[in-house]
Design a protein around this ligand. Structure first.
Ligand code: ATP
Length: 440
């Protein structure tokens, strides 16, 4: 595969804006940083939380057939033997003998014997297991090895019976989970795109084996629509079907949703038909009967599983990249982060036009009222234009300005970041308007 030409300039601008505005910082920065680890600052933490809620709502609260789960990161080590991860969850590693750089063999040109960076000679390919290991308890020996989960999915499979029995769901139904996963990636990079610690938003949908293809198509459609509802530019998304050589050890069919990042088209989410692979293996390993039956399906069977697996951090990066826009205004380049109100860190900013004539007092009252329902921000410092600009860079979709007229008729201007339109509304109308934009 040819190496995509990276638009490093755009990425550099986004990384620097993220630091300046408080979206994302390098981890342990004052110690020189820890490679591929990132911390979410005040705006980033809000954005991430909103994104997770947006996913959780769509996948659980707004449906009747999916239950939530929050399983622990550390699991019985046998889980990872059974799932095949100890044996199979590895990437082909290759080193350059000259410059000592390390590559994933499947990411460099097939058959190439030369280092793509310096042209030096490459070593043979060896398999490198991506799971992080640690020890449970004070004794650091083989018997006490545990793994940091490399996917949240297994926590769902081992709880299949628990959730089925306690929720009384009937097939077809799903279990959704958001949580950290860890992979000792050979080549992390591209900011928060590929890291060694990340969060996944996964949903496993249990179906009758004869209906797997129908549900697979259903979930492809649903996930596509979800990105649409997130307000992404859909021309930058596409499907990629896994070829035989790409399929994971558990998958029958797999499609990725890819996004066109400044560094090329890359996977954003995977939709996989994992068949009965995982539940059959767990049944075999534990002797527990993980078969399903009810009065509709009179036979006992191991359900097939359709998985939708999205990266939370990667979706957050996609939101940032997709939102980034530069506009020239009066000879000055201004940055607009066109983040959807549904996930924007701050929903609205409240400004008194000037620091006198009762406007700050009035604005503070409005701020306190709106704060009960939405994440809003009060700003009194600097010229109004600067205040707008700061909010545009922070991705805030609406700015509410209190002026002289507000004190007379209780209307305020609501300025829309993207259309630049200004409308005069009263407080109850603003509450309704924000509710529709944020939760609608
Ligand atoms: P790749 O082949 O690129 O390593 P994968 O196909 O193994 O990725 P999956 O196992 O399908 O990835 O993971 C599901 C989702 O989890 C991905 O689509 C991605 O959004 C997210 N993800 C996987 N690995 C990472 C990572 N190292 N950093 C951030 N997100 C990740």
């Amino acid at each position: 595969m040819a190496k995509p030409k990276a638009n490093t300039e755009t990425m550099d601008k986004i990384v620097s804006l993220c630091k300046r505005k408080g979206f994302v910082y390098q981890s342990s920065e004052i110690y020189g940083g820890l490679s591929s680890c990132w911390d979410y600052g005040p705006l980033g933490a809000e954005l991430k939380r909103n994104l997770k809620t947006f996913w959780w709502d769509a996948m659980t609260n707004r449906r009747d057939d999916i239950e939530g789960l929050d399983a622990s990161i550390l699991m019985h080590p046998k889980v990872w033997h059974t799932s095949g991860h100890v044996k199979e969850f590895s990437d082909p590693l290759i080193d350059c003998k000259r410059c000592k750089r390390r590559f994933r063999a499947d990411k460099i040109e097939e058959g190439s014997k030369k280092c793509p960076e310096c042209g030096g000679e490459l070593t043979d390919v060896r398999q490198f297991n991506l799971m992080f290991k640690t020890f449970m308890g004070p004794i650091e020996d083989e018997a006490n090895i545990v793994f940091l989960r490399p996917e949240t999915a297994q926590g769902i499979y081992v709880n299949f019976l628990n959730v089925k029995n306690s929720s009384r769901q009937k097939i077809p139904f799903g279990i959704a989970q958001i949580g950290k996963a860890f992979r000792n990636e050979i080549t992390p990079g591209n900011f928060i795109f590929r890291t060694r610690e990340f969060e996944q938003m996964e949903m496993q949908f249990f179906v009758h084996p004869s209906e797997d293809e129908k549900w697979f198509e259903y979930w492809r459609e649903e996930r596509w629509k979800w990105y649409e509802s997130l307000g992404l530019n859909m021309n930058k998304l596409r499907w990629h079907k896994h070829g035989e050589d790409e399929l994971a050890h558990y998958a029958k069919t797999a499609y990725d949703i890819e996004y066109e990042y400044p560094f090329g088209w890359q996977e954003l989410e995977g939709v996989h038909n994992r068949t009965d692979f995982d539940l059959s293996r767990h049944k075999e390993a534990t002797g527990k009967d993980l078969r399903y039956s009810d009065d509709v399906y009179r036979e006992k069977f191991i359900p097939y599983i359709i998985e939708t697996s999205a990266g939370c951090d990667r979706t957050l990066l996609t939101i940032l990249v997709d939102a980034y826009d530069e506009v020239e205004i009066k000879g000055e380049i201004r940055v607009f982060m066109r983040i959807s109100p549904k996930v924007a860190p701050i929903k609205a900013a409240i400004f008194p036009l000037v620091k006198k004539e009762g406007m700050p007092e009035y604005a503070e009252k409005i701020y306190k009222e709106l704060k009960k329902r939405f994440k809003v921000f009060y700003d009194i410092s600097g010229a109004i234009g600067r205040r707008y600009a700061r909010m545009d860079e922070a991705g805030t979709p609406f700015c509410i300005t209190i002026d002289g007229q507000s004190l007379e008729d209780d209307t305020m201007t609501v300025r829309d970041r993207d259309s630049m339109e200004q409308t005069r509304l009263k407080l109850p109308e603003i509450v309704k308007f924000l509710d529709e934009k944020v939760n609608g």
